[in-house]
Ligand binder design. Structure first.
Ligand code: GLN
Length: 483
């Protein structure tokens, strides 16, 4: 496979007018139309295309280049947007039948920022319904295939976002990560995916799943591209009260700083039984190359790790049950025909509009929040969340970053886990603790298994230590490409 063009090289080529943004946009739209739905091997990553908006933007970029004006950071870069984010001029389904036909009249802040940086917004990307899932098989619009292994899942919930980048349908994409949904599909598809610190990127215009956990972040072909995207996306937003005033750093420069002298921790709990031996070997190789680059690598402990999956699934479902109350058949999307009473309108619209996994989670979450169970489940989970966060803060008192496997196993086969939700939840063991703690993380591709399935390693760093994180990620990436 030829090395994909970096975002920077796209902008440089546009500036020197060796290519045009319009041609680039047309080529990408054509490639998606030809190959995303190819019978028998359809990737199914895009749910809708926004030709008009994409070509208007590309035309404006070409006009700037023609005049010799400086181009913005992402000028002409073809990107895709996960369908849980609002994008003016395009439908937003969140992968759900209940939102069929809903057209948000505005852009999510993250989308507006890409637009303002000149990116070409090609369209909306498939995902698990309301971002609930780990395989993209919970989408009401059909599963996504993994472009690197067509019989396998691309991961989820941002499966379309990872697959579209891996397939070359776009140069970068936006995903969201509540409990692993950017990092895990990035690992399964062999691309880079970043979970910014909670508050780093605005959530305005994101269809909420679990608001205390939801984050918006980039997926791309390289760490440097990811750094550039993060730079554009970051910053405080008056439309999201949880967005942070923490200064935005020069992440691209940070990614290229040397790592010698940095301290890396390997959490014991992430190397327990059940880890695929080829993934274990890949992480060990990465640890060695960081040592060779002058880092110290030491074992650390995150003692409450075992509680992360149950804690996450109590809190995420509780928040989801509350957030999803707004889909009542009155305000957005699907409405049942001829309901006999008002409560039948609510009940039947929701019964018809929501998929099985979403219903399961509404039930679980309502249960965890109900009187009599609240203390045993919701409150207890909040307390454990604090303990999990403390584990990380203690670890980061001694190390700059943590290195872990991203997933216990590579991408499984389509259909393999659909009837076993618990085994699907358990596959999130390495992703959800960082989500609960609010810290930042990144998945970096590290080769493949013997059968050709991509492997990702995870790096984690303290809140707002994205610069450090990208620096280590870049070192891992260069060691891996030099291999
Ligand atoms: N797999 C996890 C879940 O189903 C994470 C999803 C996400 O991060 N949006 O909840």
């Amino acid at each position: 496979m030829t090395q994909p063009a970096t975002l920077n090289s796209i902008v440089t080529a546009l500036q020197s007018r060796t290519i045009s943004a319009t041609t680039l946009a047309e080529e990408h739209l054509k490639r998606i139309r030809l190959h995303d739905q190819e019978p028998g091997q359809e990737i199914n990553s895009f749910l809708s295309l926004a030709d008009e908006r994409a070509l208007a933007q590309a035309g404006a970029v070409d006009e700037l280049a023609r005049r010799g004006d400086p181009l913005p950071a992402l000028a002409g870069v073809p990107v895709g947007i996960k369908d849980v984010l609002a994008m003016r001029g395009a439908p937003a389904t969140a992968g759900s039948a209940i939102l069929k036909g809903y057209h948000p009249p505005y852009d999510a802040t993250a989308v507006a920022k890409l637009d303002a940086a000149g990116a070409t917004l090609l369209g909306k990307l498939n995902c698990d319904e309301f971002a609930m899932g780990s395989s993209n098989e919970n989408s009401a619009y059909g599963p996504v295939r993994n472009p690197r292994a067509l019989e396998h899942v691309p991961g989820g919930s941002s499966g379309g976002s990872a697959a579209a980048v891996a397939a070359g349908f776009c140069a970068a994409s936006l995903g969201t990560d509540t409990g692993g949904s950017i990092r895990q599909p990035a690992a399964f598809c062999g691309v880079v995916g970043m979970l910014p610190t909670y508050g780093r990127v605005s959530r305005y215009g994101l269809i909420a799943y679990a608001s205390s956990l939801d984050r918006v972040g980039p997926l791309a072909n390289s760490v440097e591209d990811t750094a550039l995207l993060l730079q554009v996306l970051s910053g405080q937003d008056s439309m999201d009260a949880t967005s942070s005033a923490e200064p935005v750093q020069d992440y691209v420069a940070a990614a290229n700083e040397p790592v010698a002298g940095m301290r890396i921790g390997l959490p014991d709990e992430y190397f327990a039984e059940g880890l695929d031996p080829e993934i274990r070997t890949a992480v060990e190789r990465v640890a060695n190359s960081l040592r060779d680059a002058g880092c110290t690598v030491e074992r650390v402990s995150l003692p409450h790790t075992a509680y992360a999956v149950p804690t996450y699934y109590v809190l995420a479902t509780a928040e989801a049950s509350s957030n999803l109350q707004r889909f009542d058949g009155v305000r957005y999307g699907h409405r049942t025909e001829n309901p006999r009473t008002l409560s039948a309108l609510f009940r039947e619209s929701r019964e018809e509009g929501f998929g099985a996994e979403v219903k399961r989670r509404i039930l679980l979450g309502t249960y965890a929040l109900s009187a009599g169970y609240y203390d045993a489940y919701y409150r207890k989970a909040q307390q454990v969340r604090t303990l999990i966060t403390r584990d990380f803060l203690q670890a980061f008192a001694g190390v700059d970053a943590l290195l872990t496997p991203m997933t216990p196993a590579p991408a499984w086969k389509l259909g393999e886990k659909v009837d076993d939700p618990v085994s699907m939840y358990l596959a999130d063991v390495y992703t959800v603790a960082a989500s609960l703690a609010g810290i930042c993380g990144i998945s970096v591709p590290c080769g493949t298994t013997a059968t050709g399935l991509p492997i990702g390693v995870q790096l984690l760093a303290r809140h707002f230590a994205e610069s450090k994180l990208l620096r280590v990620a870049r070192a891992v990436e260069s060691a891996e490409t030099a291999r």
